[in-house]
Design a protein around this ligand. Structure first.
Ligand code: FE2
Length: 357
């Protein structure tokens, strides 16, 4: 005998109290502790299923006022999913098959009650599996929902982060512009030079396919690469006559002065070093350290070309603006000698494509 030793809420749909007692006896014999209610019509069955959660419905096939099909219909109407086992004195195979098609889980002859408890045990087990599947499904949905929320939150944070970066960038741009203005007020005829040279440098970097960090570095350094000119006397910067060797040396000091001013500034880019190198040339003929080729940062090589081109096509105190073709000829002539070849190629290309300062 199987010992279940478990409480079982069983709804018995049967017009016979005697048959219901037999069912209870059979359940108790098999170790169940049945908590049961007997109903025998649609009204009492509806009331019973609304008031209590039942583990199983044991339903007589035919009753004077009710039958198994009607009982299954009540459960469907009430949207309640409980396994139903049909019990009958006699039942034909066709009727049994109909019952199963309608939704019953099994049918048992009342003269063969030994099949009842194994059938109940099987249905309870199936219900337990269904319950666990539902639980797993709802846990899966909860995890998916949580993931969805995390993604939404992350996207929100990313948007906020981008907005913060953008406003910081604008603030930095504004500060840089102030620096540029201060530098440019000391050197007539150069208004807008750094901004135009920086725009050209950025366009070259873009054409060369440099990464975003390098391009941003060029943009930032572009605003301050001549900051060292603050340490050069204004009368030298604005002098329209020929400069003496000492004056030229003082002007050349601006790369180093700029480096000194920026070397302790915390930055995501090597700003101080880019500034330090912006007058170096590929063949080592530049200043202040005569760096060569790969010793020179790419950012500085780009700024070197854009600075030269922009200076040539702008009016200076000591000469008128030169033609674009003259400027391009100058950098092409010195491609790979003074200037990085790839930088020159990109610069020439974007001018040939129609860019103007
Ligand atoms: Fe410079």
């Amino acid at each position: 005998m199987q010992i279940n030793n478990q409480s079982l809420k069983v709804l018995i749909v049967d017009d016979s109290e005697r048959d219901a007692s037999q069912i209870i006896n059979e359940l108790e014999k098999n170790g169940y502790h049945p908590v049961y209610q007997r109903v025998d019509n649609s009204f009492t069955m509806k009331k019973a299923v609304r008031e209590k959660q039942w583990a199983i419905v044991l339903c007589d096939y035919d009753m004077p006022e009710f039958n198994a099909f009607s009982a299954i219909a009540v459960l469907k109407e009430e949207n309640i999913d409980i396994p139903v086992i049909i019990l009958s004195e006699t039942i034909g195979e066709d009727v049994a098959a109909d019952c199963m098609r309608t939704g019953a889980k099994d049918f048992i002859m009342k003269n063969n009650f030994s099949r009842l408890c194994p059938a109940i045990a099987r249905e309870l087990k199936n219900e337990e599996i269904k319950r666990k599947q539902k639980q797993a499904e709802s846990q899966r949905e909860a995890v998916l929902e949580e993931l969805h929320q995390i993604i939404i939150e992350r996207n929100r944070e990313e948007t906020k982060f981008k907005q913060t970066i953008e406003s910081l960038r604008k603030a930095i741009d504004a500060s840089m512009q102030v620096v540029v203005s201060v530098v440019e007020t000391r050197e007539p005829f150069t208004q807008g030079h750094q901004l135009r040279a920086t725009n050209l440098a950025y366009a070259i970097a873009n054409d060369m396919g440099l990464d975003q960090v390098q391009k941003d570095g060029i943009r930032m350094a572009g605003a301050v690469y001549d900051i060292g000119k603050l340490s050069v006397p204004a009368e030298i910067l604005s002098k329209s006559s020929k400069l003496t060797n000492i004056e030229i040396s003082l002007i050349k000091e601006h790369s180093r002065s700029g480096y000194e001013m920026l070397k302790n500034v915390e930055s995501s880019w090597p700003l101080a070093e880019i500034v330090y190198q912006h007058h170096e040339r590929m063949n080592g003929s530049g200043y202040p350290r005569n760096l060569k080729g790969d010793e020179i940062l790419m950012e500085s090589r780009v700024l070197a070309v854009s600075d030269v081109v922009e200076s040539m096509v702008s009016r200076r105190s000591y000469r008128p603006a030169l033609d674009f073709d003259v400027a391009l000829e100058e950098i092409e002539k010195n491609k790979g000698i003074l200037y990085d070849s790839a930088v020159v190629n990109s610069c020439v290309k974007i001018f040939r494509d129609g860019m103007r300062m």
